[in-house]
Design a protein around this ligand. Structure first.
Ligand code: ATP
Length: 238
């Protein structure tokens, strides 16, 4: 399989402290990656560097063999944890706003995602509940026809019953040549959909593995490995 992305010795310091510390990893085209780790382990900072929003202090990131830049941004869709819509916008305005920004945005896909998420176009973003806002962010991000999606904590604020449905709708709209990285502390939920897992700890990438291989050769689940790596009774799992 071809590698879509390569992170080579990537480091980012904030005030002398490493948020991301010498991270080297490769992402294969077509796989779903779960990026796991407790708060502050560097997941967001690494994703922002791949999205081209933050520059690494050291190391380099190659997307399809070339440095991150204008070209890679056209094919990489990043969904941040921060809210980023103007309060006056309706759900329809959000779609138009994205359409203006991204050439690969598909209004048809957006409408399809909205339907799945049970959101209507006339809703005002300032009136949305946390869960509805989370769904809107997913809908508008997945409506791009990107090649690499980075979803930072997409299930945050979404209730237990809706999570499976939402994961399904994310996976349904992607093609086989598309790669997905989903960060979450909801390990259990990601285990069901991920092909591979990346474990981050204190800015370092401490383990990368294929989920099936972990099950067959080490007889472990991702949850087992998570407990082993982070070493506490699973408070990150709820
Ligand atoms: N802009 C910034 N300025 C200063 N410190 C930062 C900044 N962004 C991140 N950090 C620090 O870098 C470390 C890694 O943060 P990061 O948000 O990447 O982790 P994370 O794994 O995504 O955590 P979370 O799940 O809480 O979002 C943390 O200690 C954080 O406080």
């Amino acid at each position: 399989m071809e590698n879509v992305l390569e992170s080579i010795g990537v480091t980012k310091n904030y005030a002398g402290k490493a948020a991301v510390d010498n991270v080297s990893l490769k992402l294969e085209t077509g796989l779903v990656y779960a990026m796991l780790g407790p708060n502050g382990s560097g997941k967001t900072t690494w994703m922002k560097m791949v999205a081209g929003l933050v520059k690494p202090g050291k190391g380099e990131i190659l997307y399809k063999g070339k440095a991150i830049g204008k070209e890679s941004k056209k094919e990489i869709a990043y969904m941040s944890t921060e809210p980023y819509f103007y309060s006056w916008m309706t759900v329809a305005d959000v779609g138009r706003y994205y359409q203006d920004f991204f050439e690969d945005f598909s209004m048809e896909k957006y409408h399809q995602m909205l339907k799945r998420m049970e959101l209507t176009e006339e809703l005002k973003t300032k009136k949305l509940s946390t869960g509805m806002m989370a769904k809107l962010k997913i809908a508008v991000t997945m409506a791009r026809n990107a090649k690499l999606y980075l979803l930072d904590e997409p299930l945050n604020g979404i209730d237990l019953l809706a999570r499976d449905e939402i994961m399904k709708s994310i996976l349904e709209v992607i093609d086989p040549d598309v790669t997905l990285v989903i960060s979450s502390h909801l390990v259990d939920e990601l285990e069901r959909v991920a092909d591979a897992a990346i474990f981050m700890k204190e800015g370092k990438m401490v383990r990368q593995c294929m989920v099936e291989e972990l099950r067959s050769s080490e007889k472990k689940s991702v949850v087992d490995l998570y407990r082993e790596i982070y070493g506490h009774g699973g408070e990150e799992l709820c």
